[in-house]
Each structure stands twice: as C-alpha cells, then as structure tokens.
Design a protein around this ligand. Structure first.
Ligand code: NAP
Length: 247
C-alpha cells in the first residue's frame, strides 16, 4: 500500500493505552477505524468523537473478543459500516500475574482466552474480507514477555508466544495472497497495564532497559502504520520495539 487513505481497520481494545495510540495514528493516516472495546464504552465513544471532529471516520463497537460470536459481530459491524476490511490489529490483552504455584485454572484460562483465543476469533471471522482487500494486513500485538518469559507470567507469556507461532504459520499460508501477518513485540510501555506494576518493581525494570526509559504507546502505533503502509514484503516477522531490552 502506498497510502492508507480510505483503508478500513479494526483495532481490538482500541480505546485505551497502546490500542488508543494505534487508533489515532491510523486515523491520522486517513484510515477508517472500528474501535473495539469490551467495557470502556466512554473512552471508545470519546476517541470516535475526537476522530470525527478531526474530519476522520470511526465507529465504536462493543465486543468481548474472547468469545467467537462477539468477535464475528465486530467484523460484521465493521463491514456493514465501511463496506470493506483491510487491516486487523489484534491488540486486546490482559494480565493476571501470579507465580505459577499460585496460578489458578481460572487465571490461566482467562488470559489465554483474551490474549490468544481472541486472535483466532477475530482473524477467522475477518479472513474472507482481508483476502478481498488489496494488501490485507494482520498485525498482532504480542510482547517481549512472549519472547523472553516473565516472572509470574506463565499464562501471559504462553499466550503471547502462542501469538508468535500463529503469526508465522498464518503468514506462510497467506503469503501468496498478498495478505501479510506480522507481530509487534513491545517492551515495557507507559500504559495502565505497566503503571499497575508497583513503583519499586517498575524502577528496577527501567534500570535494566538499555535506553533507560519506558516506551510510549505512540512508538508502537508508528510501528503498526509502518507495517500497514510499507510492509508488503514483510511477513511472518516480529517487530521488537523495546528500547533494546531483548535483542
Ligand atoms: P491496557 O491499557 O490495559 O488496555 C488493554 C485494552 O484491551 C483495553 O482497551 C481493553 O478494553 C482491551 N480488552 C481487554 N480485554 C478485552 C476483551 N475481552 N475484549 C476486547 N477488548 C479487551 O493495555 P495496553 O498496555 O495498552 O496493552 C495493549 C496490548 O499491548 C495488550 O495486548 C498487551 O498485552 C500488549 N503489550 C503491552 C505492553 C505494555 O508495556 N503496556 C507490553 C507488551 C505488550 P476495555 O477497557 O474496553 O476492556
């Protein structure tokens, strides 16, 4: 794609944190965005209003993407509103950190459902539309934790590593069609998810980051736009945006 003008994207969990930055960055490149939310109705409606006030097009769509029927609804609503779908950004995610000894089945399953099953749910529902697009894109927001592991994060790490395997396998299957499938692996980014980590623990994390700071959500969003716009020959890859923390 030489331009993103007029393309249509879905950003799951697109109203907060990294998702909100991705939504804004896509919209500022002329993309019509379906902003998915699960519980954050107000922030989804606020970002849609902001985009429309700036002359763009956006809709807010409620769906818990860990459920296959709701994910299907999200894709259908988007297609009905904008007539096409070119870019799917699987960004929705949660953490339920516990050391493995204390990790109950519920927290294991919930994190796998929201972070990994959601990717199957949305991508399978979107596939036909992406194949109709000239240069469809699937961009999965994985994590450094899926590559390097994380203490107290067996559930999250398994889900994020699962996304990477999914990315490579689907990229192989779709390469001939022009649909690319890539992952972005953020390091520690300044959002609610990371600010929920106790301050002393966060300080220790920052001390280990070669660039000595947390990342900004906008830095991930610009990676998404790069893959969407200039990524026709990039598929099955992991784009690490992590301040050098994992190489
Ligand atoms: P965040 O601020 O906590 O936002 C999470 C987003 O996911 C929210 O918009 C939330 O929407 C949505 N979400 C959660 N469960 C959902 C569900 N069942 N269905 C639909 N949407 C759901 O987190 P963030 O830091 O921006 O993280 C965004 C993504 O980046 C996640 O996949 C995360 O794992 C990944 N990541 C983050 C970091 C980091 O340092 N922050 C690092 C690596 C990877 P509602 O509020 O409406 O539920």
């Amino acid at each position: 794609m030489t331009t993103l003008q007029g393309k249509v994207a879905i950003v799951t969990g697109g109203s907060k944190g990294i998702g909100a930055a991705i939504t804004r960055e896509l919209a500022s490149n002329g993309v019509k965005v379906a902003v998915n939310y699960n519980s954050s109705k107000e922030s989804a409606e606020a970002i849609v209003k902001e985009i429309k006030d700036n002359g763009g097009e956006a809709i807010a769509v409620q769906a818990d993407v860990s459920y296959v029927d709701q994910a299907k609804h999200l894709i259908e609503e988007t297609k009905a509103a904008f007539g096409q779908l070119d870019i799917l950004v699987n960004n929705a995610g949660i953490t339920r950190d516990r050391s493995f000894k204390k990790l109950g089945e519920e927290d294991w399953k919930k994190v796998i459902d929201v972070n990994l099953h959601s990717v199957y749910n949305t991508t399978s529902a979107a596939l036909t539309h992406l194949l109709e697009s000239e240069g469809g894109r699937v961009i999965n927001i994985s994590s450094i934790i899926g590559q390097a592991g994380g203490f107290g994060q067996t559930n999250y790490s398994a889900a994020k590593a699962g996304m990477l395997g999914f990315t490579k396998s689907l990229a192989l299957e779709l390469a001939k069609t022009g649909v690319t499938v890539n992952a972005i692996c953020p390091g520690f980014i300044e959002t609610e998810m990371v600010m929920a980590i106790p301050e002393d623990v966060r300080a220790k994390i920052v001390a280990k980051i070669p660039t000595r700071r947390l990342g900004h959500a906008e830095e991930i969003a610009r990676g998404v736009v790069y893959l969407a716009k200039d990524g026709a020959y990039i598929t099955g890859q992991q784009l690490n945006i992590n301040g050098g923390l994992y190489m």
